[in-house]
Design a protein around this ligand. Structure first.
Ligand SMILES: *Cc1c(COP(=O)(O)O)cnc(C)c1O
Length: 321
């Protein structure tokens, strides 16, 4: 299926659709971060979103647009992470049956959380089976609608509501930083930022171990890589999508990277100074921004803290390593 690129109007419509279902998350500031950098940081706390990440925005926006037949048959998606829980929760709220395809070795807590929202979980072997193939077959057999994690206009538009809320709350910003996995969050937020703060420079941030989006924008085509080894499990994608690529290419100033030890440093900062739990992937934006020195001095900077789903054992072991 081919889709048209979403626009700011789609982000605005998504904001109406998710109103009352998604949280309008708080924006936090930090005198410590500002004093250390000379910038003014505004942190959009999607770690406090329902199910613990911004993905609820895109999932709910997509499912809320199903027609009666789609609602009855149900939704299917493949994800071992936050998108699975987002679709499962949105489906439960909207009364839509959900099937989630997860690898057999997905963390037990994530499988349990997804089942807890009432979804059917189908497992596959990630080393020998192709999840997209399994998804397509199941979708065809049962007439299910596939909602992928990032390369879908309704998902992109929904994710963009995070930046829309942020800029509406704090006013124009000079720079925006958001993590990049498949690029749904960054491209949606770019649509909002370009409309509401036209001069804003938009930066995506990837784990240093997997800079496929950075290479894609610099080389002018979508680059595929092996699953990168990084603690930023929400950004372990092997490639961005054609829709997210087109928007990022048009709107992003650049894609930057942050190494795992820099993510841990940021995670420690958020916990110690701001008293919030941010998962490693959610730390990408701040970890990259704080390295920029003179380039951020005096600037008003929006940062999307994309999620907070890290279990406590892992959180503690990352911080004590
Ligand atoms: C999915 C996810 C990302 C990356 O989002 P994309 O839309 O795939 O680029 C970043 N942070 C968290 C917490 C996520 O769950």
């Amino acid at each position: 299926m081919t889709f048209a690129l979403p626009t700011y109007a789609d982000v605005a419509a998504a904001a109406d659709r998710i109103h009352g279902a998604a949280h309008r998350t708080p924006v936090m500031t930090s005198r410590t971060a500002d004093a250390a950098t000379g910038a003014s940081f505004f942190f959009k706390c999607e770690n406090l979103q329902r199910m613990g990440a911004f993905k609820f925005r895109g999932g709910f926006n997509a499912l809320a647009q199903f027609d009666a037949a789609q609602k009855k048959a149900g939704v299917i998606t493949f994800s071992s992470g936050n998108h699975a829980q987002a679709v499962a929760l949105a489906a439960r709220i909207l009364g839509i049956p959900a099937t989630i395809i997860m690898p057999t070795d997905a963390p037990a807590a994530k499988v349990a959380a997804t089942k807890g929202y009432g979804a059917r979980v189908v497992t596959y072997d990630r080393y020998s089976e192709d999840r997209e193939e399994i998804g397509r077959k199941l979708a065809e057999k049962d007439g299910l609608t596939l909602i992928p994690p990032y390369n879908h206009p309704h998902v992109i538009a929904g994710q963009g509501t995070a930046a829309k809320e942020l800029i509406e709350e704090v006013g124009p910003i000079d720079m925006l930083f958001a993590p990049v996995g498949g690029g749904g969050l960054l491209s949606g937020c770019a649509l909002a930022a370009r409309e509401l703060a036209p001069a804003c420079a938009i930066y995506g941030v990837e784990p240093a171990a997997g800079n496929d989006a950075q290479r894609s924008l610099r080389e002018g085509k979508i680059i595929h890589i092996d699953t990168p080894k990084t603690i930023a499990d929400g950004a372990q994608t092997q490639h961005i999508g054609d829709l997210t690529y087109a928007i990022m290419k048009r709107e992003a100033a650049d894609i930057l990277t942050a190494a795992d030890d820099e993510l841990v440093e940021a995670m420690r900062f958020f916990a110690a100074r701001m008293k919030i739990v941010v998962e490693p992937t959610g730390c990408l934006g701040f970890a990259a921004a704080r390295k920029l020195g003179d380039a951020i001095e005096g600037k008003r900077i929006g940062v999307i803290l994309s999620g907070g789903n890290v279990d406590m054992e892992r959180f503690c072991s990352l911080l004590s390593a």
